[in-house]
Design a protein around this ligand. Structure first.
Ligand SMILES: Nc1ncnc2c1ncn2[C@@H]1O[C@H](COP(=O)(O)OP(=O)(O)OP(=O)(O)O)[C@@H](O)[C@H]1O
Length: 310
């Protein structure tokens, strides 16, 4: 008997060996991963890791040098993919001479679907005068307008490059709540980058960690954390990590004779190690400090090679 699989539709984002080279070198290199539809995904990584480049490729703002990228099952340049994707770039570009009201009207005119109340809700908590010209707005006000225009588009994929950087802590919290409530209601996929992991932790259920242009971690946050153990023990006389051999070691740190190791267990943990479940922050920081660690992509994040056309 043939078992029928539920049709879950294409992933929101699918990268297969994606590479982007600038004159000075590769910004993304052999980057492969999947982001299933409906997830809220944190995109993290050190400065220059390739986060903005990945986002710009998804928004069809740059052409990859090699590999393939698909957005909602289509090429990023496909009009249907572009209509269903909204991107807020790090510098929040807006037409400076337009008033906020004019920008909102432009959003309404240019988009086949326009969610006026969603856009207004984003603006609501922010004291943004509708009559003010974009060029005269503060950084935080500009952020609100850019986010309002993106949300108003009612996208299926919302790509946000460090959207909260200009906002005060209260505004961050309020806006994140508004953004996520609206997108969760509609099953919209969100890809959001930030350097403040704590800011993303509560909001996101999926994570991509880029390092040196590659995905070092990608997948469901719970699965990623569950794949690791934090081991604390005593270093051997030569200082070498004793009893770690069956495990894949991401990082070891030494303080006196005390040794802490973040590992991906490859068998039972020896009795002389104390084992604990790490936090997401433990896992991310250990990988940031050890960019040479082997990559880990959990089930749904692994690319299905045949599904991606060049
Ligand atoms: N337009 C460009 N021309 C030349 N090099 C570029 C360009 N854009 C990015 N790069 C280079 O590509 C690499 C990745 O940059 P990218 O902006 O994608 O990183 P990022 O992870 O977003 O960094 P940050 O956290 O600092 O915003 C960097 O080395 C950067 O200097």
């Amino acid at each position: 008997m043939i078992e029928l699989q539920p049709d879950s539709g294409p992933p929101a984002l699918e990268l297969d060996g994606l590479g982007k080279r600038y004159r000075r070198g590769w910004a993304l290199r052999d980057c492969s991963l999947r982001l299933p539809a409906g997830r809220v995904c944190a995109l993290v990584g050190p400065n220059g890791a390739g986060k903005s480049t990945l986002m710009a490729a998804a928004a069809h703002l740059l052409r990859p040098t090699e590999g393939a990228i698909r957005v909602l099952g289509r090429s990023p340049g496909d009009p249907a993919a572009r209509a269903r994707t909204a991107f807020v770039a790090q510098d929040k570009p807006l037409y400076r001479g337009f008033t906020v009201a004019e920008l909102l009207r432009l959003g309404q005119e240019l988009n086949p679907v326009w969610d006026r109340s969603g856009a207004e809700e984003v603006l609501a908590g922010g004291d943004v005068p509708l009559s003010a010209r974009a060029g005269s707005l503060s950084g935080g006000q500009r952020t609100r307008v850019a986010l309002a225009l993106a949300v108003g588009k009612r996208p299926d994929l919302l790509v946000l490059d460090e959207p909260m950087a200009d906002l005060d802590p209260l505004a961050r919290q309020q806006l994140m709540g508004v953004l996520l409530a609206g997108t969760a209601e509609r099953g919209c996929t969100v890809l959001i980058s930030s350097h403040v992991l704590a800011e993303l932790h509560d909001a996101c259920d999926y994570l991509v960690l880029l390092s040196g242009g590659r995905a070092l971690l990608a997948g469901d946050i719970e699965e990623l954390v569950d794949a690791h153990r934090l081991l604390v023990g005593t270093a051997g006389p030569a200082g070498e990590p004793a009893g770690l051999r069956p495990h894949e070691v991401v990082e070891t740190r030494r303080s006196g004779r005390r040794l802490t190791a973040l590992v991906r267990p490859g068998g039972p943990v020896a009795a002389d190690w104390e084992a604990a479940t790490p936090t997401l922050e433990d896992v991310v920081l250990a990988h940031l400090r050890s960019p040479g660690a082997p990559a880990l992509l959990t089930g749904e994040a692994r690319p299905v090679r045949t599904a991606v056309a060049a």
